[in-house]
Each structure stands twice: as structure tokens, then as C-alpha cells.
Write a protein that binds this ligand. Structure first.
Ligand code: PLP
Length: 398
């Protein structure tokens, strides 16, 4: 069957094969440890869930205004203003079905055929597909562990062509956990403005930061929203992935364009989910407490994992994450003719140890793999012990 040109280059998730095999092994009764997941293992804070339930019971089950219910847009503008100190306006907020839709809206409205969009590597797996859906082309900018998996203005300038219209930045990063400093963000935003390049700043992990209560935002360092779209949401910080609630913040003109697009696609985010998010974002006391409690657990797991790796697999290089909830570690020293890349490596590890990881190829960095710490410390410790048995230096492996 032939499908349209629109989806010719769009592939399904790179992790499907591993996830399917993990399910098969589980069905055979094997104790599979799934450390591939990209969502918090916590429950949605009770007060936010209750607000969603109450909204349904009170009949808030009709179409929402396309860019979001007014009190939620106000609450988001207020939240951004409180946290960054910039003066915000609700008209710049578009509430979306997850942060992913905000990214889609931005890419679809801002980029088109003939345009190129810079994507630092390693990247979150959906960015290239989102750019291609807009019929634009991703232009990858390599980074290394030595450079902290962060791009510099020099790296961006080296990748710039006259066709480059955008840059997608993600800090804290999935999969590396790299966090850009305010100075680095300031330099990048200055460079982007100078060259009329749109900056889409994906800050969905902003509140899961191990060095500060939140990671620096581009909004901390810019004096105008011109050519900037910030993307965030409730999924990660508030453990609300299934509610599908994200948002973008931009100038009102850009927000109106994205809202028009959204009116033809989803008609807006689910109404009860908007009420749940309204509680989460506007009840500063309970909301902040819940976010801080989860961030503390992630910090402790991060430290446990690095310590366990040092003990059980000391020869494996782990990039120390400053945010998000992933550990990105290097495995190419274990590649062999039979296990030539990160996908084969993850299959091998799954068969040998019943530990499910995500291959770095899903993020454009085939020498590494990603382990999530959105799971209990006991499971993480056990998973690293199993990996440690398998991942001995070449001379020791038998
Ligand atoms: N951006 C990044 C970097 C992510 O890791 C994810 C989810 O894994 C998203 C966006 C999508 O978030 P949401 O679930 O709110 O659509």
C-alpha cells in the first residue's frame, strides 16, 4: 500500500521492538526490569486528580475554548511570571494536548518546505519527525559528552545555512539530562535573534533539576518574546502524562496562529484535564510541594544510580545528568560483529539480563543507551547489578 508524501519519512517509535520483546519475555514469566519508560512512576497529586473528577461531575465536559479555558491560561501566565519575573499575558498561552502538540503546532506554523531546522544531537526522538511533518528538514548539530552534550553558538554558527529558520532546544534534555546555564541560553538566544531564527525551547523537564529548584529558562534571559516559543506542560513535573496537558507561550500573534491550527486538529485539550491542571498550577502551596517532593526523589535516585554504576560497572561511562530522569551511558566498547550497534546491544542486554533499555539510535547517538530512573531505587539497583555482570571489560568477559 502506498501512503502519502506527508508520512513518507515518519517512522513509528524506535523502541517498539524492544518494548514488544520485553512484554513477550514477561508473558513467559521472566522478571523483566523495564527501565525504558519516559514517564514519572508517581501518581498524579491527589488534589489535582480530584479537581479533574470534580470538573466532570460539575458538567465541565464540553468543548473548551480552542486555546484553553480562561482561568487556566491566566494561571499559566501567572506561573511563568512568578517563576521568571517577566511580565506575561494570557493571550500568549495556548493550552495543548500534551507538550508534544505544542511542539507540533509550533513546527507546523513556523516551518515549511525548503526550511531547515537545527536540532542538537542527542535529541528527543520526536523532533525530527515533527519537523518533517511540517515538510521542513532537520539539520543535526552534533555535541559530545566532553562538551556536556550542549551546543555552543560556534556549533550553531557552523551548522547555519541561509535555509535555517529554526532551532529546537531542550533543557533539561531527554535523553542526556544536560542543562544549559542562563549565560549559555542568553548567548544562543542572541545568536538566534541576530539571524532571524525561531527558537523553540522545550522546557518540559524544567522543574526536574538537580542543581537548582528549576533549570534556567529562555524567558529568564530575553527581553522580548520575538521569535521565541516556550513549550512546557503538566506531564513530567506533575506526573500527569495521561491527562495530555501541555502549553506553549509565545507572542499573542504566534499564539493566535497556533490556536487557529489547533482549531482544525483537536479543538483544544480535554476540558476535565484543563481543570486538573488549573488546580496543579494555581494551588501554589500544594503544587509546589508535590513538584519539590518528586524532584527530591529523582535527585536521590540519580545519585544512587551513579554510585551503583561506579560499583558494579566501573568501566562504563555515565554522563552525569543535571536534570530530567534519564541516565545516558556509553556502550560502544561492548560492540562486536554480532552486536554492532545500540539497538543490537539493547536486544542482547534484554535477552541476557531481562533489563529493557532504550538504544541511543532513537536519539541520534548510537554509541550510548538510555536508562530511565522513573522507577523505584530497588529496581534500578537490581538492573545495574545485572548490567554489571554482563558489562565487564573486554578481557574479563567470558
Ligand atoms: N519533550 C520532551 C523532551 C519529552 O521527553 C516529552 C515526553 O517524553 C515531551 C516533550 C512530550 O510531553 P507530553 O507527554 O506532555 O506530550
Amino acid at each position: 500500500m502506498s501512503f502519502s508524501e506527508n508520512v513518507r519519512q515518519v517512522e513509528g517509535s524506535a523502541t517498539i521492538a524492544i518494548a514488544a520483546r520485553a512484554r513477550e519475555l514477561r508473558a513467559q514469566g521472566r522478571n523483566v526490569l523495564d527501565v525504558s519508560v519516559g514517564e514519572p512512576d508517581f501518581r498524579t497529586p491527589e488534589f489535582a486528580a480530584e479537581a479533574g473528577i470534580a470538573a466532570i461531575q460539575q458538567g465541565h465536559t464540553h468543548y473548551p475554548p480552542v486555546p484553553g479555558i480562561a482561568p487556566l491560561r491566566d494561571a499559566i501566565a501567572g506561573l511563568i511570571q512568578r517563576s521568571t519575573g517577566v511580565k506575561t499575558e494570557s493571550g500568549g498561552v495556548v493550552v495543548t494536548s500534551g507538550a508534544k502538540q505544542a511542539l507540533f503546532n509550533a513546527c507546523f506554523c513556523l516551518f515549511g518546505p525548503g526550511d531547515e531546522v537545527l536540532i542538537p544531537v542527542p535529541y528527543w526522538t520526536s523532533y525530527p519527525a515533527l519537523v518533517r511533518l511540517a515538510r521542513a528538514e532537520p539539520r543535526f548539530v552534533p555535541t559530545t559528552a566532553e562538551s556536556g552534550f550542549r551546543v555552543s553558538v560556534d556549533d550553531l554558527e557552523a551548522a547555519r545555512t541561509p535555509r535555517v529558520k529554526g532551532l529546537i532546544l531542550n533543557s533539561p534534555s531527554n535523553p542526556t539530562g544536560a542543562v544549559y546555564s542562563a549565560d549559555e541560553l542568553a548567548a544562543i538566544t542572541r545568536w538566534a535573534k541576530q539571524h532571524d531564527i525561531w527558537l523553540i525551547s522545550d522546557e518540559i523537564y524544567g522543574r526536574i533539576c538537580f542543581t537548582a529548584p528549576r533549570a534556567p529558562s529562555v524567558l529568564d534571559v530575553v527581553d522580548s518574546l520575538d521569535r521565541i516559543v516556550v513549550v512546557d506542560g503538566a506531564s513530567k513535573a506533575y506526573a500527569m502524562t495521561g491527562w495530555r496537558l501541555g502549553y506553549s507561550y509565545s507572542t499573542r500573534v504566534v499564539a493566535e496562529r497556533m490556536s487557529s491550527l489547533q482549531s482544525q486538529i483537536t479543538s483544544g485539550a480535554s476540558t476535565p484535564a484543563q481543570y486538573a491542571a488549573l488546580a496543579a498550577f494555581s494551588d501554589a502551596a500544594q503544587g509546589e510541594k508535590a513538584v519539590a517532593a518528586m524532584a527530591e526523589v529523582f535527585t536521590s535516585r540519580r545519585n544512587t544510580m551513579l554510585a551503583e554504576f561506579r560499583e558494579h560497572a566501573p568501566d562504563v561511562y555515565c554522563f552525569p545528568p543535571d536534570g530530567a530522569f534519564y541516565l545516558f551511558f556509553q556502550v560502544d566498547q561492548f560492540f562486536t560483529p554480532a552486536v554492532p550497534d545500540s539497538t543490537a546491544f539493547c536486544s542482547w542486554v534484554l535477552e541476557e539480563t531481562d533489563v529493557a533499555l532504550v538504544p541511543g539510535s532513537a536519539f541520534g547517538e548510537d554509541r550510548f543507551v538510555r536508562m530511565s530512573f522513573a522507577t523505584s531505587s530497588d529496581i534500578l539497583t537490581e538492573a545495574i547489578k545485572r548490567l554489571g555482570h554482563l558489562l565487564q571489560p573486554a578481557g574479563v568477559r567470558g
